[in-house]
Design a protein around this ligand. Structure first.
Ligand code: NAD
Length: 490
């Protein structure tokens, strides 16, 4: 381990967090706690509350009380507050990057160059977007029609553990911008940054506008989504939980935004710049340890360039250093939890049983200093066909299945033979071909000759069982509002 490259920022956070309700931190009815820990070392970080439906009830009541006044705040006021939130995050971004790394196992480098700037950017972007919330007028002979766009009320937001601070920002910023009040439930596995962030900005918002309930999904998630005063649910997480959210939402007929799982195809054509494609495919595989809904986990390589590409790809992957997430030179940190570690390792066995070849990795990383964490080697599987479990199921780790293709027709039938449709990429110097393939892919995002680049304001969201609704874009403000038509005879 290179001691000189180790990050020296020491973050400040609490030993224990309550629920944040009505502007104050409170303990739980059930007074049970859940420990947050560092997956790279096993070190305990902080305790959070294991909430109950009664806690949810208190949070929703606070949000409901706060709604009338918040919904009437001026655009100037909402914009000012969102920009102030961005400023508070920026002022402590070094600390938040370390906290995210400590609790999630991701490299502090990734948190610094990606999670923090993107989280700050959400508040700045939606601060600007408030001005796009406009109504309409209609003139019909002797009738004047007005269409108002009104905030919905109290919204429920549920997020996962893989990029918690950014996910929280993606949810909170548009909901506040549109004039709603919030009850947010972060993941019980990783949420240190979310809670410390809320502590940091608590004084900027009137009590009850933003509330946070912690705890297990089955204990508080259902109570939250089915609460009769909730007017919308925005959920990011697995497709299986997403299905339950739809069932819960059906009880009170509330709208949903669902960002769910993925199994994205990264397609290499014979004309591709193989050096760039190989280096980027390695990033598409290991960024955030592969715990990304958009990870390039199916790599479709045209047969004519298979060997040349794989040589470069293996070299790029084998250069990635697995290790201490706080070391700036580390390329792949620790998986986020024991559960995820066991899941990813179980797929190494599935791959062997299905007859795939493990070209690289396929094992835990056991170098000195890594024994107490959930470290696996980046893993390349070949001799995979698209119907194998390793090509169909979301592994959510640094594992890529390589599938060889001959014709575009055969390629596209396999690429689209997936429950999911979140993202994907095409590598080809023939832009007509790249464009043709991108149009035929049943997926919400397609990158051409790049991966993971998403300019601010462009929509993120899935086709098929990757969910519905789009985030990151000003259109989302529409999903946090409802239209009302008012008609006046003249
Ligand atoms: P998960 O579905 O297990 O949990 C997500 C959240 O839902 C957590 O807060 C959890 O406590 C809560 N939850 C669990 N059961 C619940 C229930 N019955 N009712 C209400 N809430 C419940 O997902 P995860 O393992 O935390 O996250 C990984 C998944 O998230 C992957 O499938 C990944 O693809 C997906 N994801 C998608 C996107 C996207 O933008 N599409 C982004 C990030 C992650």
């Amino acid at each position: 381990m290179n001691a000189e490259a180790k990050i020296s920022v020491t973050p400040t956070f609490r030993a224990e967090y309550g629920h944040f309700i009505d502007g104050a931190w409170i303990g739980s009815d059930g007074s049970k706690v859940i420990g947050l820990s560092n997956p790279a070392t096993g070190q305990h970080l902080a305790n959070i509350q294991a909430g109950t439906p009664a806690d949810v009830g208190r949070a929703v009541a606070a949000a409901k009380r706060a709604f009338p006044a918040w919904s009437r705040t001026s655009f100037e006021e909402r914009q000012r507050i969102l920009l102030e939130i961005a400023q508070r995050l920026r002022a402590r971004s070094g600390e938040f990057a370390v906290m995210e790394s400590l609790n999630n196992g991701k490299t502090v480098h990734e948190a610094t160059i990606h999670d923090l700037p993107e989280a700050i950017g959400q508040f700045e972007y939606f601060a600007g977007s408030v001005w796009s919330l406009k109504g309409e007028t209609h003139n019909h002979a002797d009738l004047l029609g007005l269409v108002h766009r009104e905030p919905l009320g109290v919204v429920a937001q549920i997020i996962p553990w893989n990029v918690p601070l950014l996910m929280a920002s993606m949810k909170i910023a548009p909901a506040l911008a549109a004039g709603n009040t919030i009850v947010l439930k972060p993941s019980e596995i990783v949420c240190l940054t979310v809670l410390e962030f809320v502590a940091e900005i608590a004084d900027l918002l009137p009590p009850g506008v933003l509330n946070v309930i912690t705890g297990y999904g089955q204990d508080v998630g259902e109570a939250l989504v089915t609460h009769p005063d909730i007017r919308k649910v925005a959920f990011t997480g697995s497709t299986s939980t997403g299905r339950k959210i739809i069932e819960y939402a059906a009880r009170n007929i509330i709208p949903q935004t669902l960002e769910l799982g993925g199994k994205s195809a990264n397609i290499i054509c014979r004309s591709a710049d193989l050096d760039a494609a190989a280096t980027t495919a390695a990033i598409a595989m290991v960024f955030n340890k592969g715990e990304v809904c958009m990870a390039g986990s199916r790599l479709f390589v045209e047969r004519a360039v298979r060997d040349a590409f794989l040589e470069k790809f293996v070299a790029a992957v084998e250069q990635i250093r697995v290790g201490d997430p706080l070391n700036e030179k580390t390329g792949l940190g620790s998986l986020s939890s024991r559960m995820q570690y066991d899941k990813v390792r179980s797929y190494f066995d599935v791959a062997r049983e299905e007859g795939a070849t493990i070209l690289s990795g396929g094992d835990i990383a056991t170098d000195t200093g890594l024994q107490s964490g959930f470290f696996v080697k980046p893993t390349i599987l070949t001799d995979v066909h698209n119907r194998m479990r390793v090509a169909q199921e979301e592994i959510f780790g640094p594992v890529t299945s390589v599938i060889t293709w001959d014709s575009e027709e055969e390629l596209l039938s396999q690429v689209n033979d997936s429950l999911y449709g979140l993202a994907g990429a095409v590598w080809s110097e023939d832009l007509r071909q790249a464009h043709r393939i991108s149009r035929a892919m049943q997926t919400g995002i397609v990158w051409i000759n790049t991966y993971y680049n998403l300019p601010r304001g462009m929509p993120l969201g899935g086709y098929k069982q990757s969910g519905f609704g789009r985030e990151l874009t000003w259109d989302l403000l529409r999903e946090y509002t409802i239209q009302k038509s008012v008609i006046i005879p003249l």
